[in-house]
Design a protein around this ligand. Structure first.
Ligand code: PAF
Length: 281
């Protein structure tokens, strides 16, 4: 596996690969099976699989969250080698952003909902880092996990509105045996918190069932939130029934296939997100 740390070296390598298709898996490291599934898919669908590891400072709206983000670069590189990843791009923050970033991106209605509303400036940072990566790497395909459903909608908008010539590939959420969605942030949880965190998936399943049975969703949501917040185990930021593509609130005519249930909650100060499509629950 080739490893590059600077934009100049990375561009130089890309120039030598003209005519080959590149599958790009952007990550912030602390890799888990979910990331590895993306790299494996990128390998099967392209001539080369390239993974980036970059904890992007401009997408964190809380400094504490940035400082506590798990960093396991050596283990990450070793894991990528086990699946024969071809290239790892791992720039430092100073190499990637030599000057303070002054520009901002605005993703319209997506800024006002769920992650957009609770993490002001987050999607601007995601849009800028991905635009830089797309410009440097010129990938044919980029791979994202469905766990970050709203991020997928943001990237779709970025690709469409800026005419990036690439295909966005959204892959299913990988889960632990307990149902907990795999996430780099899980590395910050204690064994007890990990067990508690699996209740988030159960909550999503319970709400999907309520949807399918035609129950009153406001009532069901209130019950689920009260249950999760009992004894202050979780602080629930939101649970929403939304259109799976536009992410706007689902209407009464939405079908189970069109509807996603999304949530964000923190446990022990670690913020987790998850979602399911009602028809797939
Ligand atoms: O999902 C992530 O890990 C990040 O938001 C991404 C896409 C790597 C951009 O920094």
């Amino acid at each position: 596996m080739k490893i590059y740390h600077s934009i100049a070296e990375m561009r130089q390598f890309i120039k030598t690969q003209q005519g080959k298709t590149l599958g790009f898996v952007p990550t912030m490291g602390a890799l888990h099976k979910g990331h590895i599934a993306l790299v494996e898919r990128a390998k099967t669908e392209n001539d080369l699989a390239l993974c980036s590891i970059f904890v992007n400072p401009i997408q964190f709206n809380k400094t504490e969250d940035l400082l506590k983000y798990p960093r396991t670069e050596e283990a990450d590189a070793a894991l990528l080698r086990t699946v024969d990843c071809d290239v790892l791009f791992m720039p430092s923050a100073d190499a990637f952003y030599p000057k303070k970033v002054e520009m901002r991106m605005d993703f319209g209605h997506l800024e006002t909902l769920m992650e957009g509303a609770f993490r002001p400036g987050h999607f601007s940072g995601v849009g800028i880092v991905l635009s830089k990566f797309f410009n440097i790497l010129q990938p044919k395909r980029a791979y994202f996990g469905q766990k970050d459903l709203q991020q997928c909608a943001v990237v779709q908008k970025l690709v469409e509105e800026l005419s990036y010539d690439l295909e966005l590939v959204i892959c299913p959420t990988q889960r632990e045996g307990s149902g907990l969605a795999m996430s780099s942030r899980n590395k910050r949880l204690t064994p007890n918190q990990l067990q508690e965190a699996s209740r988030l998936y159960k909550a999503l399943k319970q709400l999907a069932e309520a949807f399918l049975k035609g129950r009153n969703l406001d009532t069901e949501k209130a019950i689920v939130i009260a249950d999760l917040q009992r004894n202050t185990v979780f602080n629930v930021e939101y649970i929403e029934f939304v259109d799976r593509i536009s992410l706007v609130p689902a209407s009464p005519t939405h079908t189970p296939t069109q509807t996603a249930i999304c949530l964000a909650a923190s446990i022990g100060g670690v913020r987790l997100i998850d979602n399911i499509i009602v028809a797939e629950a």
